[in-house]
Design a protein around this ligand. Structure first.
Ligand SMILES: C[S@@+](CC[C@H](N)C(=O)[O-])C[C@H]1O[C@@H](n2cnc3c(N)ncnc32)[C@H](O)[C@@H]1O
Length: 1012
C-alpha cells in the first residue's frame, strides 16, 4: 500500500496564505503582468499544492525509507526547524520536531522576526514574513539551491515509491548527475559563438541539451492541469522539474500559457554574438541598445544574457519607432515640444428638448484631478446651447449632468431619460468630444483645453478604408458582464476610437514586415507571438472604455473586472509617450517577465483543447493532477477573452492557423454555468456538472495518484456541482485545505482579519463501501466538521470561508458509500449534505451557547464576521444555516444595520440595536441579546438602579444564569470597542452586582454618578 501524500495529511496553510496574499501585490516580473487572464491563482499556493501532491507524508507507515532519509538529510538544521512556539495560536505550544513538520517548514516557515511579531501581536512587512529557505517564497523562484531540494525530494519520492529498495544516497547521486548533465549541456551550447546560425555544431549541442533535460524529466512525475488558464499551475510544476502538461479550451489562454511557461524557459537563454554578426543583424539600433543596457563587446564578442528578452525588446521598439514615424503626427506635441500623455474624451447626447437640442457631454464628474494636494476640474461655460470648458483649480460644486445615464441639460434644465439617451446611442453611437489634453511636467500632470487647431485635427480624424476593425459581435445577452452592449456598442471594434484603431493597425502591419528573411527560422514566430501579446496587452489600456482615476491621475485598463461597463468619459493614452498606458510601458512589463522567468531549464507542454479526452493520456500515465476549474458562473472566460481573441487572430492567425480557426473563442464546450448560453439556471448547472464530470472521469482513469482541485466559489450550488462531479467520476475527497489568497495588505498577527479563501481538495479514486444509513453518516460528519471548525477557527479563518472549508469533510465521509439513505428510504443528495455541513460547522461554533435563535445569530455572526461590514448576500447565506429565522426579521430586530450604500451591513452595537429603547426592566418580547445590550447601556450610563432592576427582572442573580454566560461569550468575541469595555466592566463587577440585586437594593430617584 502506498503512503498518503502530504496534501492528504497536513499543509502549512497559514504560511501559504501569507505568501499568497503577498503574491497579489507583486508586480515586476510576475506572471500576471505578461498578459491579463482572469482568476489567476497565486504562485505560492500552486507551488505548495503541486509539491505536497507529489511527496508522501514522512510519518505514514508506508512512507519509503529513502524518502524519510531524504527529508532528514536535506531538511536538517535550524533553517527548517519546526516552531518552538507556534506563533499563530494563543497557547504556548511547541511543534514536534518530526519529519512531517520539517517538510511543512520547507514549504513555508514564518521567519524568526515574523514569529516574534506575531506572538507580540505586531505586523511584519509582507516580504519578511516567510524565512529565506521557504520553497514558496517569491525570492526563491529561481533559487537553484532551494528548488533542487524540492526537485530532489520529488525525485526520491517518485523513485522510491516504485522501487522501495532504492536508497537515498543512490537516488541523490542519480539526481545530481542528471542535473549536472543539463548544466554541462547548457554551458556547451551557450558558449558557442553565433549559435543562432544552425550549424551542425549548434544542432548537436541543442540535441545534447534537449536529451539531458528529457532524461531528467522522464524520471520525474508528470503533472497535468486540465484548466490551465494563465498557466500558473503548469509553470510551478515545471519549475519543480516535473513533466508538466496543461490544457485550455481558450486560444487566448493557450497563447498566454506558451508565452509564460514554454518560450521563456526554452529561448530565454544567453547568446554570444561576434561583433560582425551582431552588427549585421541589429545594426546601429542594436549597438545603441547595447550601450543603454550596459553591454559591450569584449575581444570582438558580446554576450546577451537573455536572447529572448533582448529580441522582444529590440523588435518591439523597432515597431514602435516605425509606427511613430507613420502615425505619430496624430498625437502632436505641445508648444514646448512635450508629448501629451493622454487625451480626455466625453461621449455626448442631444438634449431631448426640441427648442434646446444642446449636444451635452455626459459628465458624471467634472474633476480631472482630485487628490488631497491638488484639485483640477472642467468648468463649463454655457452660451445658449453651446457648451465650452475651461480648466479651473479648486473645489467643484457643479452637479453632475449625467445621473445613471439620465441627462440633465445644463442649458435648459430638461431631463432626457436614460432610455432616450440609449436610443440615441443605439442609433448612431454617442458622438465623442475631446475636452482636455493631459501632459506631464516636472510638477506632475498638467491639464489644458485643446486649441482650435489641435481640436479640429483630432476631432475630425476618420478611420482609413483598409483599417482592420474587429466586426465580431459581443455577447449581447450577457448583460451582467457587458452592459455596454445595451447601449449599442455591441461589436468588439466598437470599443475603440478611429484613432486607436489606426494606431493598432499600424503596429500590427509593422509586425508583418518585421522579418523579411528566413534569419531566425521558427524562433521568429516566437518573437512575433510576443509582439502580438504586446499589442493585445496594449488594447486593454487603449480603448474607449478605459477609465480615468482622478484620485491617482492615471488611466485604468478596461478589464479591471471581468466585465465591460458603459463608460461616458475616457482617457485615450498617447501610446507614443512614456506614461502608464504607453507602448514602452507594455514592453517593459513583458521584458521584465521574460528576464524573471527564463532561468529554469524546464518548460511545459500546452494543448489548446477542451479537456476530458480519454485518449490524451494512457491509463494511469499521469502521476498527479493539480487544477483550478472555472468557478461555476463567476467568469465568462470565452466571452471576455473575445476582446483579445479578435486581435490575436488578426495578428497570429497565419502562424497558429488551427488555434485561431474559429471566428471567436469556442463557447459550447466551456465548462461554466452561464445562463445566457443555456437558457435556464437548471440547464446551466447541468452543463457545468456534466462537463466537469466528463473531465474528472477522464482524469480518474489517467492519474495514478492524487488529484488536487482548487475552488474559490462559496455558493452551495457551485460546491454541489463540484462535489457531484468528483463523486460521479468515482473519486472521493481525501483532504481539504482553505487558503487565504485574496486579500492584500492584511497584516499577519494573532488577530488576523477575516480571510477570503479558496479551498483546495485532494481526491483519489475511491472504493465505495455500498450502503450507509444517513444518521450514521450524519453523526460522523458532525464529529469531523466540529474538529475541523475548531482547528480552522484557531488558525484565523472566519466568515463564509470557514463554513465552506468544512464541505470537504462532509463529502469525504459521504463519498465512502455508494448510497446513503434516510430511514424512509430517500437517498441523500450532495446539496443536502453541504447544508448539513454548514449547519454542523455553525453549531460547532455556537457550542455551549444557549438562548433564543436571534441571540445565537448575533453570536454566530460575531464569530464569523466580527463587527465589520459584509455584503448583503452574506445574510442570506448565513440565515440558511440551521437557524429558523428570516433575513427580514434580523433587520427588523435591529441586529444588523444596513449601511448607506444599501448593499452592505454590519452587526449592531448595543446602542445601534436598542436605539432610544433602553428603558429599565424587561419586556415580554425581550431576547437574551436585548437584555445584554440593555445592561451594557445602563452600565455605560452609570445607571446602577436600572441595572440592578434589570438583573432582578431577568433572574440574573446567579453567576450561572444565561445572561452572564452570554456576557462571557461577548467578552471573548467582541473586537476592541466600546461595547467590549462595558462588558469587561460588567463582568469585573459581576459579583457585586449580583449581590446587590439579590439584596433588593432600592433604586435611587435622582440619577447620580455611581462608582461601580
Ligand atoms: C479558473 S481558470 C484557471 C486559472 C488558472 N489556474 C490560472 O492561474 O491562471 C479556469 C480555466 O478553465 C478553462 N476552461 C473552461 N472550460 C474548459 C474545458 N472544457 N477544457 C479546458 N479548459 C477549460 C477556462 O478557459 C479558464 O482558463
Amino acid at each position: 500500500m502506498k503512503a498518503k501524500k502530504l496534501i492528504e495529511v497536513a499543509m502549512p496553510i497559514k504560511e501559504i496564505s501569507a505568501e499568497s496574499v503577498r503574491d497579489k501585490s507583486i508586480r515586476h516580473g510576475h506572471i500576471s503582468t505578461l498578459h491579463l487572464w482572469w482568476a489567476r491563482r497565486p504562485l505560492p499556493v500552486c507551488r505548495a499544492v503541486v509539491f505536497a501532491s507529489l511527496v508522501p507524508d514522512p510519518l505514514d507507515e508506508n512512507c519509503p525509507q529513502a524518502f524519510k532519509d531524504a527529508v532528514a538529510t536535506l531538511l536538517k538544521g535550524s533553517q527548517y526547524k519546526p516552531y518552538d512556539d507556534i506563533p499563530y495560536t494563543s497557547a504556548i505550544d511547541e511543534m514536534d520536531d518530526n519529519l512531517r513538520h520539517r517538510l511543512m517548514m520547507f514549504i513555508g516557515r514564518f521567519s524568526d522576526k515574523c514569529q516574534k511579531n506575531m506572538i507580540a501581536g505586531k505586523a511584519t512587512s509582507p516580504a519578511e514574513q516567510l524565512s529565506a529557505g521557504s520553497l514558496i517564497k517569491w525570492e526563491n523562484k529561481n533559487n537553484e539551491a532551494v528548488l533542487n531540494i524540492a526537485r530532489k525530494l520529488i525525485w526520491v519520492a517518485y523513485h522510491s515509491e516504485h522501487d522501495p529498495h532504492l536508497n537515498y544516497e543512490r537516488l541523490s547521486y542519480l539526481f545530481d548527475k542528471a542535473y549536472q548533465d543539463i548544466k554541462e549541456a547548457e554551458k556547451a551550447l551557450y558558449d558557442i559563438q553565433d549559435r543562432h546560425k544552425m550549424t551542425p555544431e549548434v544542432q548537436q549541442a541543442e540535441k545534447r541539451l534537449h536529451n539531458a533535460i528529457d532524461a531528467l524529466q522522464q524520471r520525474m512525475p508528470s503533472v497535468f492541469d486540465p484548466f490551465a488558464g494563465g498557466g500558473a499551475i503548469p509553470l510551478e510544476a515545471a519549475r519543480l522539474g516535473c513533466r508538466s502538461y496543461g490544457n485550455d479550451i481558450n486560444p487566448v489562454a493557450h497563447i498566454i500559457e506558451r508565452g509564460s511557461a514554454e518560450f521563456p524557459q526554452k529561448h530565454g537563454k544567453p547568446i554570444r554574438y561576434t561583433e560582425a554578426e551582431f552588427r549585421r543583424i541589429y545594426g546601429k539600433e542594436g549597438v545603441d541598445m547595447l550601450g543603454e543596457k550596459g553591454f559591450a563587446f569584449f575581444d570582438g564578442v558580446v554576450e546577451i544574457p537573455n536572447r529572448l528578452a533582448w529580441d522582444v525588446e529590440f523588435y518591439a521598439k523597432r515597431i514602435l519607432r516605425e509606427s511613430e514615424k507613420e502615425v505619430g503626427w496624430m498625437y502632436p506635441t505641445d508648444e514646448n515640444g512635450n508629448k501629451p500623455v493622454a487625451y480626455y474624451w466625453v461621449r455626448t447626447a442631444k438634449c431631448s428638448n426640441p427648442s434646446c437640442g444642446a449636444e451635452v457631454p455626459l459628465l458624471r464628474s467634472f474633476y480631472l484631478c482630485k487628490t488631497s494636494r491638488k484639485k483640477v476640474y472642467l468648468n463649463p461655460i454655457i452660451k445658449g446651447s453651446e457648451i465650452q470648458f475651461e480648466i479651473k483649480q479648486g473645489d467643484c460644486n457643479i452637479k453632475e449632468w449625467n445621473h445613471r445615464g439620465n441627462l440633465t441639460c445644463p442649458c435648459c434644465g430638461n431631463i432626457t431619460e436614460v432610455e432616450k439617451v440609449k436610443e440615441q446611442s443605439k442609433k448612431n453611437r454617442l458622438p465623442e468630444r475631446l475636452v482636455a489634453i493631459i501632459s506631464e511636467s516636472n510638477n506632475g500632470k498638467v491639464y489644458s483645453i485643446p486649441n482650435d487647431e489641435v481640436f479640429n485635427k483630432i476631432q475630425s480624424f476618420q478611420l482609413g478604408k483598409d483599417c482592420f476593425k474587429p466586426s465580431e459581435k459581443m455577447p449581447i445577452d450577457y448583460i451582467q458582464a457587458f452592459p455596454s452592449c445595451t447601449w449599442g456598442y455591441d461589436s468588439w471594434g466598437d470599443l475603440f476610437s478611429d484613432r486607436q484603431l489606426t494606431v493598432l493597425n499600424t503596429l500590427s502591419n509593422k509586425l508583418s514586415s518585421l522579418f523579411d528573411t528566413d534569419e531566425f527560422d521558427n524562433y521568429k514566430n516566437v518573437i512575433k507571438t510576443y509582439m502580438a501579446i504586446l499589442i493585445d496587452k496594449q488594447t486593454d489600456y487603449y480603448n474607449s472604455f478605459c477609465t480615468w482615476d482622478s484620485s491617482r491621475e492615471t488611466d485604468s485598463h478596461v478589464f479591471s473586472r471581468q466585465a465591460i461597463s458603459m463608460v461616458f468619459d475616457y482617457p485615450e493614452a498617447n501610446l507614443f509617450s512614456y506614461s502608464t498606458g504607453c507602448f514602452n510601458n507594455m514592453i517593459d512589463w513583458v521584458v521584465r517577465y521574460l528576464n524573471s522567468e527564463s532561468a529554469s531549464p524546464f518548460s511545459c507542454e500546452f494543448r489548446n483543447a477542451s479537456s476530458g479526452e480519454k485518449t490524451q493520456f494512457e491509463s494511469k500515465e499521469l502521476t498527479a493532477v493539480v487544477t483550478d476549474p472555472p468557478y461555476y458562473d463567476a467568469i465568462g472566460y470565452a466571452d471576455c477573452s473575445d476582446f483579445f481573441y479578435v486581435w490575436l487572430k488578426h495578428i497570429l492567425g497565419d502562424i497558429y492557423p488551427i488555434v485561431f480557426s474559429t471566428p471567436k473563442t469556442p463557447k459550447s464546450d466551456e465548462c461554466t454555468a452561464l445562463i445566457h448560453y443555456h437558457g435556464t439556471q437548471e440547464k446551466a448547472k447541468h452543463h457545468f456538472e456534466s462537463k466537469l464530470t466528463q473531465i474528472f472521469d477522464a482524469i480518474e482513469e489517467q492519474t495514478s495518484d492524487v488529484v488536487s482541485i482548487m475552488f474559490a466559489h462559496q455558493s452551495t450550488e457551485a460546491w454541489t456541482t463540484l462535489c457531484n462531479s468528483i463523486l460521479n467520476a468515482r473519486m472521493n475527497i481525501t483532504g481539504s485545505w482553505p487558503m487565504d489568497t485574496e486579500l492584500a495588505n492584511r497584516s499577519v498577527g494573532l488577530q488576523g482579519a477575516a480571510l477570503e479563501s479558496s479551498v483546495t481538495v485532494s481526491c483519489r479514486p475511491s472504493q465505495r463501501q455500498g450502503f450507509a444509513e444517513y444518521k450514521e453518516v450524519k453523526r460522523a460528519i458532525e464529529k469531523n466538521v466540529k474538529e475541523e471548525v475548531n482547528k480552522l477557527y484557531d488558525l484565523g479563518f472566519r466568515g463564509a470561508d470557514l463554513l465552506t472549508a468544512c464541505f470537504g469533510q462532509a463529502v469525504s465521509e459521504f463519498g465512502k458509500y455508494e448510497v446513503v439513505e434516510k430511514s424512509n428510504g430517500d437517498r441523500v443528495m450532495v446539496a443536502e449534505l453541504l447544508e448539513l455541513s454548514r449547519e454542523a460547522a455553525f453549531n460547532a461554533l455556537l457550542e455551549g451557547v444557549q438562548g433564543d435563535d436571534f441571540t445565537k445569530f448575533y453570536l454566530g455572526w460575531l464569530q464569523l464576521n466580527g463587527m465589520s461590514s459584509t455584503n448583503y448576500d452574506d445574510v442570506t447565506k448565513f440565515t440558511r444555516v440551521g437557524l429558523p429565522i428570516d433575513v427580514r426579521e434580523v433587520f427588523s430586530q435591529g441586529l444588523l444595520v444596513k449601511e448607506p450604500s444599501g448593499n452592505k451591513q454590519h452587526l449592531a452595537t448595543a446602542a445601534e440595536h436598542l436605539e432610544g429603547d433602553h428603558i429599565a426592566g424587561t419586556r415580554d418580547t425581550d431576547l437574551l441579546i436585548d437584555q445584554a445590550h440593555r445592561a451594557i447601556l445602563f452600565y455605560k450610563d452609570e445607571n446602577r438602579p436600572a441595572l440592578l432592576k434589570l438583573l432582578r427582572d431577568i433572574n440574573a442573580q446567579d453567576a450561572n444564569a444565561s445572561f452572564w454566560r452570554l456576557l462571557a461569550s461577548l467578552k471573548e468575541l467582541l473586537p476592541a470597542c466600546d461595547d467590549l469595555k462595558q462588558v469587561q466592566g460588567l463582568l469585573q463587577n459581576g459579583e457585586d452586582l449580583r449581590q446587590a440585586s439579590r439584596q433588593n437594593e432600592q433604586p435611587t430617584t435622582t440619577q447620580t454618578t455611581i462608582e461601580f
